[in-house]
Design a protein around this ligand. Structure first.
Ligand SMILES: Nc1ncnc2c1ncn2[C@@H]1O[C@H](COP(=O)(O)OP(=O)(O)O)[C@@H](O)[C@H]1O
Ligand SMILES: [Mg+2]
Length: 234
C-alpha cells in the first residue's frame, strides 16, 4: 500500500540549527499513529518539514507516494494532508464560519462540509458568527479541527491538540478523533497526554533528539507502557 506520508532518514534545519537527525516515519491509509516525545525533541519540526517551514537538507519526504523535493504547504493540501497546528492559530479577524470556510480552500471530495462540521461540534453552529478568537480554548481547538476537516483530508496532523485544555474537553476531543478515524481519515496525533494516546492511536513512534528511538503497537504490554511513560508526560 502506498503510504499517505513518508519521511525517510530526514535531516531538517532552522537556519544552521540541525533539528531532525535521520527522522523516519510512515502513515498508511486510515492509520492512527501517535508521535510522542518530550518538549523540544522535534515533533513540531516534523510537521514543519512536511509543510516546508523547516528546511530539509537530506533524506526524503513523500506524500501519497510522490517525493517532495521542496515540500510546500499547498503541496501537502493537494495531497490531502491537513494540519491542526500547535497553538491552534485561529485567524483573529474572521468569524467561526469564515475560519471554517478557509479550511475548504483546497477542497477535495469527501463527506465533510459545514453542515457535517456543525453536527460534530454544535457549539460552532451556535457561535458561527462570533469572532474565532473570542471562543474559549477548547472551542478554538474544535474550530481548528473543524477547519482541517473542511479540506476532506486523507490525513490530519494534530499537533498537541489537547495542550492546556480541561479533561472534559480532552474527553470530547478523544471521542471526536475516534469518529473521524472511523470514517476513514488517518491521524498523526502528536501528544504528551498518555491517556489520549492510548484512546486514539493504534501505533506509536517515540522521538528523542530529532529521531525515532522506539516504536510499537499501542497495547497494555509492559514494553508499550514503558515507552509511553518514558516519552510523554503521564
Ligand atoms: N524557528 C525555529 N528556529 C530555531 N530553532 C527552533 C525553531 N523552532 C523550534 N526550534 C528548536 O527546535 C527544537 C525542536 O523544536 P520542536 O520541533 O518545536 O519540538 P517539540 O514540538 O517536540 O516540542 C527545539 O530545540 C527548539 O528550540
Ligand atoms: Mg511542538
Amino acid at each position: 500500500m502506498t503510504p499517505l506520508l513518508e519521511l525517510e532518514n530526514v535531516d531538517a534545519f532552522y537556519g544552521a540549527a540541525h533539528i531532525l537527525h535521520g527522522m523516519t516515519l510512515r502513515v498508511d491509509v486510515g492509520e492512527r499513529v501517535a508521535l510522542i516525545g518530550r518538549n523540544g525533541v522535534g515533533k513540531t519540526t516534523v510537521v514543519n518539514t512536511v509543510l516546508g517551514l523547516a528546511s530539509m537538507r537530506g533524506g526524503r519526504v513523500a506524500l501519497g507516494g510522490a517525493n517532495q523535493k521542496r515540500p510546500r504547504p499547498y503541496a501537502a493540501a493537494q495531497h490531502g494532508v491537513a494540519v491542526v497546528p500547535q497553538g491552534r492559530r485561529i485567524v483573529a479577524n474572521l468569524t467561526v464560519e469564515e475560519n471554517l470556510q478557509l479550511g475548504a480552500a483546497a477542497r477535495r471530495k469527501g463527506p465533510w462540509n459545514l453542515a457535517q462540521i456543525y453536527e460534530l461540534f454544535p457549539i460552532l453552529l451556535e457561535r458561527a458568527h462570533t469572532r474565532g478568537t473570542a471562543l474559549s480554548g477548547g472551542q478554538q481547538q474544535m474550530l481548528a479541527v473543524g477547519r482541517a476537516l473542511m479540506a476532506n483530508p486523507a490525513l490530519i496532523l494534530l499537533d498537541e491538540p489537547t495542550e492546556g485544555l480541561a479533561p472534559v474537553i480532552v474527553d470530547q476531543l478523544a471521542e471526536i478523533f475516534g469518529r473521524v478515524a472511523a470514517q476513514g481519515t488517518a491521524l498523526l496525533l502528536i501528544e504528551q497526554n498518555m491517556s489520549l494516546v492510548v484512546r486514539v492511536a493504534a501505533r506509536y513512534c517515540a522521538m528523542a533528539k530529532g529521531s525515532v528511538v522506539a516504536e510499537g503497537r499501542v497495547s497494555d504490554s509492559r514494553d508499550c507502557r514503558k515507552d509511553l511513560e518514558d516519552h510523554v508526560a503521564v
